[in-house]
Design a protein around this ligand. Structure first.
Ligand SMILES: Cc1ncc(C[n+]2csc(CCOP(=O)(O)OP(=O)(O)O)c2C)c(N)n1
Ligand SMILES: [Mg+2]
Length: 446
């Protein structure tokens, strides 16, 4: 209002100087410096200057699954514990089998993670069409599985076959997406999901049926947090408030770059307060601690309509992906130690055993069943054809097909006519597609 007044007043008029001082006074009210206490002692601060100033890690179970003294466990019964454990076990089962599949050259690459993903998935809402939106980086397939995305769909996406509902075989493996499961499609460039999540949450806030009901949960690695998009996203979420829950998976590595080369501050959590965002650090290998922290973080998101940051600390025991050999940059013994000492699956299994909810027979039955399910799904996916070749050109843009796509389609059709059946490598490749590419030729002639 005052600004508008200023713009129409002559700069030399008394009315201008009155309005200008009012404007300055108004701005001073909101400047943070006006409420900051004044001190006469020179006191620089830094989140990593002393141990005491380090952000603590929230944990409920110790390394052998025993509740810490004074720990308040979340409400958990035997059925929920079984569901959490089965999903946690499913991830390494899938990893192992798909890792070998990749080695046989059947899919291009693959990778996975456990307590952080399943613990957080269980704390998000997935009850109806008003479920929380999820934006992942690539290790979050467990969230989809928790939400009922089937193993067949996982395999279909990894193989890019005709049943791939994520992208009709046009995406790299593990680039899942499913509107039905409120899971935004993964995109390869790191951190792009972070500002997008602020936008998704803002849209949720502006939708009356979703306001105060749904949040956007956004996952990313500590490596991705080095991207400018991380800061853009945090800034957006902080200045245009929206219920976005940022879950930073700090697993110590961004491929071969260790976390201590990614930042000199106190992890990712130290950045939250800089943006005025409620923040907590949690033990990412303690499924119950993750579940508890994410539940409370989600509640805060909804209550305040603002962003919350959770940093889940873990250690990436696997290679980064199937294209990586991590023993080229870290000691095998270090990895073996971490697997043994701080294994999220073992910790939770010991907790369940202490409650009388699990035993060796149940463990053997589960492992055999999961392996069987994964193998069945894998064999099925392997036997299916790819989508029709013409699908390559659909869904690229909305609306009418633009000239450049039409030109590319026509060029491929021309090549198909020339080499399709005449040249063995083309004939072989075409046989992998539904209708052997005939759909393109038919389209041309009709
Ligand atoms: C903008 C961009 N830079 C680099 C890459 C290559 N890249 C893919 S994954 C990755 C490491 C990411 O590490 P982190 O975010 O810690 O996730 P983690 O794999 O540890 O879960 C890199 C550098 C990329 N995909 N996008
Ligand atoms: Mg990482």
């Amino acid at each position: 209002m005052i600004r508008r007044e200023l713009s129409v007043l002559s700069r030399s008029s008394p009315a201008f100087s009155r309005a200008f001082s009012q404007c300055l006074a108004r701005r001073r009210e909101v400047l943070p410096t006006t409420s900051s206490p004044i001190v006469s002692k020179l006191d620089f601060f830094n989140s990593v200057s002393t141990k005491e100033k380090q952000i603590p890690t929230f944990r409920l179970l110790d390394g052998v699954g025993k509740p810490l003294e004074g720990a308040e466990l979340p409400e958990i019964d035997e059925a929920l514990a079984h569901r959490l454990y089965e999903h946690m076990q499913l991830l390494p089962t899938l990893d192992n089998i798909l890792y070998n599949v990749q080695r046989q050259g059947k899919i291009s690459f693959y990778y996975g993670e456990e307590a952080t993903i399943i613990g957080s998935a269980s704390a998000l809402d997935m009850d109806d069409e008003r479920s929380d939106g999820t934006l992942g980086q690539y290790r979050e397939m467990g969230v989809l599985l928790w939400r009922g995305f089937s193993l067949d769909k996982v395999m279909a996406q990894c193989f890019g076959n005709e049943e791939d509902t994520s992208g009709k075989g046009r995406q790299m493996p593990v680039h899942f997406g499913s509107p039905e499961h409120h899971f935004h499609t993964i995109s390869s460039p790191l951190a792009t999901q972070i500002p997008q999540a602020a936008g998704v949450a803002y849209a949720l806030r502006r939708t009356p049926s979703r306001r105060s009901r749904s949040i956007a949960a956004c996952y990313f690695g500590e490596g991705a947090a080095s991207e400018g998009d991380f800061h853009a996203g945090m800034m957006l979420a902080s200045t245009i408030p929206s219920p976005v829950l940022y879950i930073a998976r700090n697993n110590g590595f961004a491929i071969s770059t260790p976390a201590n080369e990614q930042y000199n501050g106190d992890g990712i959590a130290s950045r939250g307060p800089g943006y005025g965002i409620d923040t907590i650090r949690v033990d990412g290998n303690d499924v119950l601690a993750v579940m508890t922290a994410v539940k409370e973080a989600r509640r805060r998101c909804l209550e305040q309509g603002r962003a919350v940051l959770v940093e889940a600390m873990s250690y990436r025991v696997g290679h980064h992906s199937t294209s990586d050999d991590s023993f080229a940059y870290r000691a095998r013994a270090e990895v073996e130690d971490r697997k043994r000492i701080d294994n999220p699956i073992t910790r939770f299994r010991l907790f369940m055993e202490s409650r009388g909810w699990w035993n060796a027979d149940a463990e053997a039955e589960l492992k055999a069943r999961l392996k069987d399910d994964v193998l069945k799904s894998f064999r099925r996916a392997e036997s299916l054809k790819r989508c029709e070749l013409g699908e390559l050109f659909t869904d690229v843009y909305g609306g009418e097909e633009p000239w450049n796509i039409r030109e590319q389609r026509q060029e491929l059709t021309g090549l198909l006519k020339k080499y399709g059946q005449a040249w063995e490598p083309w004939r072989k490749e075409l046989s992998k597609f539904k209708n052997n590419g005939e759909d393109l030729l038919k389209r041309e002639s009709s």
